[in-house]
Write a protein that binds this ligand. Structure first.
Ligand code: HEM
Length: 398
């Protein structure tokens, strides 16, 4: 029988200010310590490497979603479906996936493509243009298209990003950073509460469809509300970060933009690669339901764990040259940035559609992308992204 070793004990603080400013570097150092490391300061186990993260996420019976480091009830984080195990999870997730039916996806596809074309046409109307890829491309695009499909009013949409910013700081230490994010999020929480009610849903919209499921007795009214709030929380900062990060990656790697121009078939792979390279979500929490092991390291029953998929996305055991942005990798979809197993991202088809639509529109008109200033990273416990990416979009020369 394999002998198990105890997890190395680390004084690493994943939430220290210098770490939050450079998570790839620091989570990368942790990954090289061991596949599982005990984080003494906060009493949890960090799963750091791609193989072990995937193994843990596959095994939901042992690694349950019903508890996690730093968990306590919080209005920004609803239980369904993220904090449920089967059978509850199977039930609510199936309802959530109904809203991404073929019919709804087709509606989204048409809308997303049309709006991507309109935005890029407008930006490129007068030759080269300097823009902030975060604000002028990613946020402007996502805050137009997805709330339209959800059936939300124009007014106040930008609060969805503030809401997400609070959501992705819930699972971390309750320090000043946390308090500030929760406080900043209050007006957004009120906007979300007002716009997630049954009365506010536009007939045929996604929210309306969730309340229909409640009318049919498939879920409760409360679950419908929770699922809608979960979409509001999970569906905005993540996709805005993914698009802004993708544009930064291309600006830093002009050869990859030229490779894509010459090989437009690589468009989907390019989006996957940017999602691996700049994973918008850093980690997810679980609790060990019994004594178990990963990579030969013992994890005791009751241990709280974080699966650190951002660091795992740069694991050299899985990826050649992991710190390089390479759009023609083999198996580009095998990253863990959308999670893995039963809790794999419910909105990944939407996220991919958004990313691919804006990328396709840019590819038609943009010959090259230059970085024209110093990008700034957003500081967040669980989300990773940029809050400012100054770039110049140069039109394709005739
Ligand atoms: C690039 C964009 C996105 C990324 C990187 C991302 C990432 C993730 C990850 C890593 C998980 C797994 C969490 C876990 O296992 O603990 C997840 C779950 C989830 N995501 Fe996303 N997400 C994105 C966009 C979206 C969008 C657009 C929506 C909504 C339309 C969404 C809704 C959800 C929901 C509801 C869950 C919970 C699923 C479950 O518990 O079964 N996400 N996402």
């Amino acid at each position: 029988m394999e002998t198990l070793t105890e997890a190395p004990v680390s004084d690493y603080d994943p939430f220290a200010p210098e770490v939050l400013a450079d998570v790839h570097h620091y989570d990368g150092l942790l990954r090289e310590v061991a596949p599982v490391v005990y984080i003494e300061k906060y009493d949890f186990y960090a799963i750091t490497r791609a193989e072990e993260v995937q193994k843990a996420l596959r095994n939901w019976r042992v690694f349950s979603s019903t508890d996690r480091p730093f968990y306590e009830p919080n209005p920004f984080r609803t239980a369904a479906p993220l904090m449920q195990d089967p059978p509850d999870h199977t039930h609510t997730k199936s309802v959530m996936l109904r809203i991404f039916s073929a019919e709804n996806m087709e509606k989204m596809q048409n809308h997303f493509e049309r709006e991507a074309e309109a935005l890029v046409d407008e930006l490129m109307a007068n030759g080269p243009i300097e823009v902030d890829a975060y604000k002028d491309v990613a946020a402007r695009y996502v805050l137009k298209i997805f709330p339209d499909i959800l059936g939300l009013p124009e007014q106040g949409r930008e609060l969805l990003l503030t809401f997400g910013d609070a959501v992705f700081n819930v699972f971390g230490p309750h320090n000043d950073h946390y308090k500030k994010k929760m406080e900043n999020g209050q007006p957004a929480l009120e906007w979300v509460a007002a716009n997630a009610t049954r009365e506010r849903q536009t007939e045929g919209g996604i929210g309306w469809q969730l309340y229909q499921a409640a009318d049919e007795g498939i879920i409760t009214e409360e679950e419908a509300l929770q699922l809608l709030v979960a979409v509001f929380g999970a569906g905005f900062d993540t996709t805005v970060f993914s698009i802004a990060g993708m544009l930064r990656a291309f600006a830093d790697n002009p050869d990859q933009w030229q490779l894509l121009r010459e090989n437009p078939d690589l468009l989907s792979s390019a989006f996957e690669e940017s999602t691996r390279y700049y994973a918008p979500s850093r980690y997810g929490g679980r609790v060990a339901m019994k004594d178990t092991e990963l990579g030969g390291i013992r994890i005791p029953a009751g241990a709280k764990v974080f699966a650190m998929w951002l660091g795992a996305g740069r694991d050299a055991r899985k990826w050649d040259n992991p710190d390089q942005f390479i759009i023609n990798r083999p198996e580009p979809q095998s990253h863990l940035s959308f999670g893995f197993g039963i809790h794999t991202c419910a909105g990944q088809a939407v996220a991919r559609m958004e990313g691919r639509s804006i990328l396709a529109a840019l590819l038609k008109r943009v010959g090259s992308i230059d970085l024209v200033g110093e990008p700034r990273r957003a500081i967040n416990f669980q989300a990773f992204g940029h809050e400012y990416v100054p770039i110049r979009l140069n039109p394709i020369s005739e």
